[in-house]
Design a protein around this ligand. Structure first.
Ligand code: CA
Length: 236
């Protein structure tokens, strides 16, 4: 535990490599976070339950278990944001971690600023859970109460399914959602054979929402994983 403000967010770092842990502890401390460390899955579960951290940074390969199962266990009782940091860059691992309930995924080696930005997004989602009436994503505005979307002040007319798709991503702005999560939330099921629904409707949505659909500014593809809506008002 580093000696910082007791009110600063407490981050549980689950990582079995001592050098990596030291590196993370140092830069998190320098950015005002308090840090708890676990080098095994069992230790992590114990600390997560006893300290209720504001955020968990989770390595996947642990000596006594797997970060994906650990994510699933934590999700059974806690909504605390979980950001996976792993050397495994396979798309399947990302999808599994996100479907297990992780909020985001960064492949090692990652940049410190990138990790801090993802952590801020995850923490903001955790703290602003109450639904906002209106969202300004930097040129793209959604008025949830009126079900109105405007881009650069011009109204954007969306069929219900595309509106649902956009608002789902907007409610999770900055966070990647997997194809399965999107299917389940928008269409009510997660069947793999309907994966093309997402692709087809995303293409339609981009045509209406993006200034240049070929180079999306808001509706970003995470190859092999899903989609992320970029909040351009925070540069994230
Ligand atoms: Ca490891």
């Amino acid at each position: 535990m580093t000696a910082t403000d007791p009110l600063s967010p407490l981050v549980l770092v689950v990582e079995d490599e001592p050098q990596m842990r030291r590196f993370i502890r140092t830069f998190l401390g320098a950015h005002g976070y308090r840090v708890l460390e676990a080098s095994t899955a069992s230790e992590a579960l114990l600390l997560a339950t006893s300290h209720n951290p504001a955020l968990v940074l989770m390595d996947l390969g642990l000596p006594d278990g797997d970060g994906i199962s650990l994510t699933r266990s934590i999700r059974e009782w806690s909504k605390t944001p979980i950001v996976v940091i792993s050397a495994r860059g396979r798309e399947d691992d990302k999808v599994d971690a996100l479907d297990a309930g992780a909020d985001d995924y960064l492949t090692k080696p990652f940049g410190v600023n990138e990790l801090l930005a993802r952590m801020r997004v995850a923490l903001r989602h955790a703290s602003t859970a109450p639904v906002e009436q209106e969202l300004d994503l930097g040129g793209l505005r959604i008025d949830f109460a009126r079900r109105e979307v405007t881009r650069d002040g011009q109204p954007v007319h969306l069929p219900p399914i595309e509106y649902k798709l956009l608002t789902l991503l907007a409610r999770h702005a900055g966070k990647v959602l997997t194809h399965r999560q999107i299917l389940k939330e928008v269409w009510g099921h997660g069947a793999q054979e309907q994966a093309h629904y997402v692709r087809v409707h995303m293409a339609e949505l981009r045509k209406k929402v993006e200034r240049n659909p070929a180079r999306p500014e808001w509706l970003v593809t995470e190859p092999g994983v899903g989609y992320r809506l970029r909040d351009r008002s925070v540069g994230g």
